[in-house]
Design a protein around this ligand. Structure first.
Ligand code: DC
Length: 224
């Protein structure tokens, strides 16, 4: 039986992952955070002290082993990089500052898109990212494109960082979000953009519960 894919794309810190995770839980689908894979590649470059813009990285990328596991059927995956659990390490500011550069490299995208498509072949999934509705699953049963005002995004990201016991200033977060938006939407390979058949959702003035009931209604119309 063919599987259902739901894509959730949009700018950083718009509430994509919270919404995608809750939607997956409600539908009993797998939730996959494709950004975590780009973060794992970025962490690899940082740990190895390799400049990601170096021309000779293609073979290194081909050999990288990135995988996800879903312990106890939890909707949040454990991220493995060369058989090491890097789920927490990929969330540091250092990785956030570099990841958009890494995500613009075509050989990185080629490898990770193939991996993402493999997960979607065998599972009903909700996947969030930047190019899921445009490139990874162009035939997704439902495509969502999430936006929110910059101020709201900064406050949400600050709370998220602080809830993990880390610190980041308002200005650091703002600069990081702005530069990632710019890099993600202006790169040549698979830039962030709304698929023409995606539903646009501005979450600025919506509670999480309101967002979820809206997208759940849409998903139920498309799936049943
Ligand atoms: O969702 P996130 O902020 O964790 O994503 C990290 C980076 O990876 C982000 O700057 C854009 C990039 N990314 C991408 O280019 N394509 C995806 N499908 C997912 C993430």
């Amino acid at each position: 039986m063919p599987c259902y894919q739901i894509s959730v794309d949009g700018y950083a810190a718009c509430g994509k992952s919270t919404l995608a995770r809750s939607l997956a839980r409600e539908l009993n689908f797998l939730y996959i955070d494709s950004g975590a894979m780009y973060r794992a590649v970025s962490l690899f470059f940082l740990n190895q002290e390799i400049n990601p813009l170096d021309k000779n990285i293609t073979s290194l990328i081909e050999e990288l082993d990135i995988s996800l596991s879903f312990p106890n059927n939890e909707s949040r995956a454990i991220v493995h990089l060369n058989n090491r659990d890097v789920t927490d390490e990929i969330r540091t500011q250092q990785v956030s500052n570099q990841v958009s550069q890494v995500a613009a490299i075509p050989s990185v995208r080629k490898k990770l898109v193939a991996l993402q498509q493999k997960y979607g072949e065998k599972n009903n999934i909700v996947m969030d990212g930047r190019d899921i509705g445009t490139v990874v699953f162009p035939n997704a049963v439902l495509k969502l494109f999430i936006t929110a005002e910059m101020e709201t995004r900064i406050i949400r990201r600050k709370k998220e960082i602080e809830s993990k016991g880390r610190e980041a200033t308002y200005d650091d977060i703002k600069n990081n979000l702005k530069s990632r938006d710019y890099l993600d939407s202006t790169r040549n390979d698979s830039p962030l953009k709304k698929a023409s058949d995606a539903v646009l959702l501005d979450t600025t003035n919506l509670t999480r519960k309101e967002q979820l009931s809206m997208v759940l209604a849409l998903a139920n119309c498309r799936i049943h």
